[in-house]
Design a protein around this ligand. Structure first.
Ligand code: NCD
Length: 355
């Protein structure tokens, strides 16, 4: 990326952005779900599974710990996080990357009035990778653009921005879906139902985009009208010719879908908090739903949950959300390996292992 103004950068179409975010032969940014194509998703899933296999032995774990030992990562999380932060932190440890963190901006110079842009520019002076979560939509893209005009254009991973994007969650969701449907022809042709707060949930928005890359996938959005998915996603589904339905019929979705993707109410976004008139209890997944869910279907959730999935659902083998948590760490390991172009080392070690 060379000295483009923010206006010029924003006006670029997706293909041009993809070229800028993922320049060949250089560390790339992971900013928005739309930058990834099917080849990348397939490769990322392959690298993830191979890395997990390698990590089963002590020798393999030591090999992994050497791969990025010469790099340092900065975790800048200006919003609450448990899984995303810790899985990135653990992923850094698996690869030997030294990691530092700012999680509470009241302990940084932002309290003295420094802009987040200047904070990140400072991080880029010390670290080789910035993993960031921020409440402002599109902020990770803005940071990548800002760094592109400096001497230290280090890669940026978007670990959640505003209500708009959570690309690494979508990557781990894809990996979980692919593994779950491995014996049933993969993700192609499956029916995925998203449930809950689809208006403000960034995980759903990013995953819905990625699923458009899998032919024959149909998408159902189950929510009260006030929390339904936004027109931008609906327009994109329409333009891509993807079969999709917006509905309040939760029971039907549970009966018919191959995967039910539950989400919590995202009431932290609005000062008015949860609208008391919106009753979401009818969209809660309980033991009763397990009886009508097909034996091959699965239940996903990016977590954290509140009451939208009853605790007694956890023991059912179709409940995949704790697997998603574990998968998230390995997918993030694989993503960092791809960003720093270390996949071929994984391939070589894996080939030796399985020879
Ligand atoms: C999600 C997020 O932050 O958007 N959490 C996560 O990263 N797994 C979902 C949520 O907060 O509801």
């Amino acid at each position: 990326m060379k000295r483009t103004s923010w206006q010029e950068f924003q006006a670029l179409d997706l293909l041009e952005k993809r070229r800028l975010f993922q320049p060949k032969g250089r560390p790339f940014h992971a900013l928005i779900a739309q930058q990834f194509d099917r080849d990348f998703l397939n490769r990322l899933c392959e690298v993830t599974s191979r890395t997990r296999r390698i990590a089963k032995t002590r020798g393999g774990r030591l090999f992994l710990q050497d791969l990025l030992r010469d790099r340092r990562a900065m975790l800048y999380f200006a919003q609450p996080s448990t899984r995303t932060f810790l899985s990135f932190y653990a992923a850094c440890q698996i690869l030997g990357l030294g990691a530092a963190e700012v999680r509470d901006t009241s302990t940084s110079s932002e309290l003295k009035g420094e802009s987040p842009e200047d904070s990140v520019r400072t991080f880029s002076s010390y670290f080789d990778l910035i993993i960031m979560r921020h409440p402002v939509g599109g902020f990770a893209e803005r940071i990548a653009w800002m760094l592109s005009n400096t001497e230290r254009a280090v890669p940026v991973i978007n670990a959640g921005s505003g209500k708009d994007q959570h690309p690494t969650q979508a990557l781990l969701d894809i990996y979980t879906l692919q593994r779950s449907f491995e014996d049933r022809g993969g993700i192609e042709g499956k029916h995925i139902a998203f449930v809950g707060d689809l208006a403000r949930g960034r995980t759903v928005r990013s995953l819905s985009w990625l699923l458009m890359l899998y032919p024959g996938v149909s998408q159902t959005f189950v929510a009260p009208d006030a929390l339904q998915i936004g027109p931008d996603v609906v327009d994109a589904l329409q333009a891509a010719g993807v079969s999709h339905t917006l509905t309040t019929d939760f029971d039907r979705a549970v009966r018919e879908a191959d995967a039910i993707y539950m989400t919590r109410i995202q009431d932290e976004w609005d000062a008015a908090r949860e609208d008391p008139k919106v009753d979401t209890a009818m969209f809660h997944f309980t033991a009763r739903h397990l009886k009508v869910l097909s034996p091959h279907s699965i239940v996903l959730h990016p977590l954290p949950r509140r009451t939208e999935i009853a605790l007694d659902v956890d023991d059912d083998p179709r409940a995949m959300y704790w697997r998603q948590v574990r998968n998230g760490m390995w997918v993030r390991v694989a993503l960092m390996l791809c960003i720093f172009e270390k996949e071929s080392e994984i391939d070589r070690y894996y080939a030796d292992l399985t020879r």
